[in-house]
Design a protein around this ligand. Structure first.
Ligand code: SF4
Ligand code: SF4
Length: 292
């Protein structure tokens, strides 16, 4: 992993603009990250252009947002090879967008948590390979000038809400773009609901603190034979389920269904193998698989 000093806004008074590309899948909070950044840049007197694609948010579809800021910004979209920062809320999306990063001095920031798209699960037998990208964090970081790969979803989960992984990553971004910490926090606080302001501040500070001494996460361990023989329970957070039906359709054992309120439920607990496909596919973190 390489590191370099933070980019100072004072060096950005002249063209070319600074380009930040935020990518992920529906439900992860790509737009919150880009809104915080855009508003912060505006407050500091920069011209800002922001463009976004956020279709299929209910179904885990691709979402991305371009943020460009500087003294003058002519186009809202970042050409390939011109992103100063690529911030990915999902590992495969980060890898897919790598060609947009500046090859010699771009900064890559990504959650290592994997949300496997349905098309990557053609073979749904238990234990079958998913077809998802296999590049490890170490491999990807060796290909970029400056890189940060972290289990942001896990870190957010430790704080009590894995859906604040986007804010953990925002905290990492804050160490790359050198605006004052209080401005980041104030802008973030303005843009999130009052009930989630405290956890978002904690998530931001957790990501920011991690970036001071970043580490490279090890590859995900394969599921062991011992683990396969243990008992499985599903924790379903009904309030986060958007009824998209992905998990129901993709469960290899067909043991999930939507109840009368269109919330997922485990209809056949004995059939569940604990393969974690539903957990990986759910774009809203509504399912957690526990193996004990
Ligand atoms: S872990 Fe999820 S996808 Fe796998 S069998 Fe159980 S309910 Fe189905
Ligand atoms: S739990 Fe299933 S139905 Fe609910 S949002 Fe997640 S993938 Fe969709």
């Amino acid at each position: 992993m390489h590191e370099r000093p933070a980019r100072s806004p004072s060096t950005l008074d002249h063209p070319p603009p600074t380009n930040v590309l935020v990518v992920g899948v529906g439900g992860q909070g790509v737009l919150l990250v880009s809104k915080v950044l855009a508003r912060l840049c505006q407050a500091n007197g920069f011209t800002v252009k922001q463009s976004e694609v956020h279709g299929m948010a209910k179904r885990g579809g691709v979402v991305f947002s371009h943020v460009r800021f500087g003294a003058k910004v002519w186009s809202p979209t970042i050409p390939a090879g011109e992103a100063d920062v690529l911030l990915a809320l999902e590992w495969a999306e980060g890898i897919r967008w790598l060609p947009h990063l500046k090859p010699h001095d771009g900064t890559f920031i990504s959650d290592t948590r994997r949300l496997v798209p349905p098309f990557a699960c053609r073979d749904r037998r238990p234990g079958a390979p998913s077809g998802y990208v296999t590049d490890t964090a170490a491999e990807i970081l060796s290909r970029v000038d400056t890189g940060y790969a972290l289990d942001a979803t896990g870190m957010a989960g430790e704080l009590g809400n894995p859906r604040t992984a986007n804010t953990v990553l925002l905290g990492v971004l804050s160490t790359v773009l050198d605006f004052p910490e209080e401005q980041w926090l104030d802008t973030l606080t303005d843009l999130v609901p009052a009930k989630s302001q405290a956890i978002n501040r904690d998530a931001f500070l957790k990501g920011r603190a991690w970036a001071v001494n970043p580490t490279i996460p090890p590859p995900e361990p394969a599921r062991s034979e011992a683990e396969k023989s243990q008992s499985v329970t599903l924790e379903i957070t009904a309030a986060w389920c958007k009824s998209c039906d992905i998990c129901v359709k993709m469960c290899p054992e067909r043991c999930l269904r939507l109840d009368h309120q269109q919330i997922v439920e485990l209809k056949e607990p004995d059939a569940c193998t604990g393969c974690r496909i539903c957990e990986m596919l759910c774009p809203d973190f509504a399912i957690a698989v526990h193996i004990t």
